[in-house]
Ligand binder design. Structure first.
Ligand code: AMP
Ligand code: GLY
Length: 415
């Protein structure tokens, strides 16, 4: 088989690597990929994610069996619709179904219609009305840009003043452009967070093992929200019953609801959940694999990812088995991320027998240099999370990471 993966980050590196580990897969292309992926034999293709025409031409010329879409932006640009129209096989939701991630309001309406537990909310595009609502509700309260903002468009406001400032940034000063022209104001949910992902084909849902991300930039969950600074799986403090409840009350009704409203979902469905005292509640849906969750979930997949996707594309029932190993990954990011960051820093020669590296924001220039906010992720697997954590941090401490930083407490919540 020959497979094309769309995307260029650590998530796509992990997906491509897992696909390539199947002996039936001869070639995995990644567009546009990153030069770090070449270390694992992935072929990078210099076509940008939004050039559907060129990507289709490439897939046809190379006789690619099917295409897998990593990030949300091409999904929301209708890449699945375009490939299918061109007669090509592609795994991911169509544009209309990717709206489950593309609009918070779309997701909220789906949840209300299908009695999926989520935080109470209201949406606004008028600053004065939004402000009045915040004053009435009090703090803590959560302000979210309605559209995509790479995980950065969410403010968990501890005080009313912070909430009003966030509203001003989004609605009056256009800090998130069109994504923030509408905001969702949401009830603050207390509890531990976890990510539950599933392979979905219409009403059929095949859940994966859960993971926990670390959204804040700095140790102790301080600093701004990022795309994710590290993750681990399993998440022992989330009981199995909570996960089962989330499958029954969130994933299954979401998949069914999408079919019923005429926007059937095929692809990877990601539920961001908070384990509250009243059970799991949704804080977001994504229409794709998570980054960095993928880098710690896929090493626990014993089955072939290529076979699972092939079977789902054919409408067959995949057999999916997971291992009990613990996996932990730590992101190395450029100083300044998630704000303005330093680029072009030569990366240290990092070799570890114990760990794997998934590259993200890197470029080639007499060696690999940093070229993005999240630069790479170091992942290890072991019998226990403690051991996996030790392996990763021991490896990271072997070298200097100039103008780069990482969190030192990934996984601590599990202990
Ligand atoms: P999101 O981009 O929606 O995942 O939100 C980013 C982060 O903000 C989440 O990972 C949570 O830590 C936090 N968050 C979002 N919504 C809520 C909520 N309703 N209650 C508490 N924390 C939230
Ligand atoms: N790690 C969060 C996300 O992928 O959205």
């Amino acid at each position: 088989m020959k497979i094309l993966v769309i995307g260029s980050g650590g998530r796509e590196h992990a997906i491509a690597k897992k696909l390539l580990s199947d002996s039936n897969v001869s070639t995995v292309f990644c567009a546009k990929g990153n030069p770090g992926m070449k270390k694992d034999g992935i072929q990078i293709v210099d076509i940008s994610e939004d050039n559907h025409e060129k990507l289709i031409e490439f897939a046809k010329n190379q006789a690619v069996d099917w295409t897998f879409v990593g990030p949300e932006i091409p999904l929301l640009n209708g890449i699945v619709d375009d490939f299918e129209q061109a007669g090509l096989q592609i795994f991911g939701p169509k544009k209309a179904a990717a709206m489950i991630e593309g609009s918070k309001e779309f997701a909220k309406e789906l949840m209300i219609k299908n009695q999926i537990p989520t935080a109470a909310y209201q949406s606004f595009s008028d600053f004065d009305l939004a402000k009045a609502y915040v004053l009435e509700q009090g703090a803590p309260i959560v302000i979210k840009a309605d559209g995509l903002a790479a995980g950065k468009g969410v403010v968990v406001a501890e005080t009313i003043d912070d909430a009003i400032m966030a509203l001003k940034d989004m609605l009056e000063d256009n800090k998130f452009g069109a994504s923030g022209a509408k905001v969702v104001i949401e009830e603050f949910l207390a509890g531990e967070e976890f990510s539950l992902l599933a392979f979905v084909r219409d009403e059929k849902v095949y859940p994966m093992v859960i993971a926990q991300d670390h959204k804040r930039a700095f140790d102790g969950d301080r600093g701004p929200n990022t795309g994710g600074m590290g993750a681990y799986s399993p998440v022992p403090q989330i009981p199995e019953t909570m996960v089962e409840q989330a499958v029954q009350e969130v994933l299954l009704p979401a998949a069914k609801g999408m079919v019923e409203q005429g926007t059937p979902f095929t692809g990877i469905l990601y539920a961001g959940l908070i384990a509250t005292e009243a059970g799991p509640k949704v804080i977001e849906f994504n229409a794709r694999f998570g980054d960095p969750e993928t880098q710690v979930v896929l090493p626990r997949l014993d089955s072939s990812l290529a076979t699972i996707i092939t079977e789902l594309l054919k409408g067959e029932e995949p057999e999916i088995s997971w291992n009990n190993q613990a996996t932990l990954g730590v992101v190395v990011a450029a100083e300044g991320y998630p704000g303005e960051y330093v680029s072009g820093q030569l990366l240290p020669d990092f070799i570890s027998e114990e760990c794997r590296v998934y590259y993200a924001g890197v470029a080639e220039k007499n060696g690999l240099v940093s070229a993005g906010g999240r630069v790479l992720l170091v992942e290890a697997q072991a019998e226990t999370l403690q051991e996996a954590q030790q392996k990763v941090y021991q490896a990271l401490e072997q070298v200097e990471w100039p103008y780069l930083f990482y969190r030192h407490d990934i996984g601590n919540k599990a202990f």
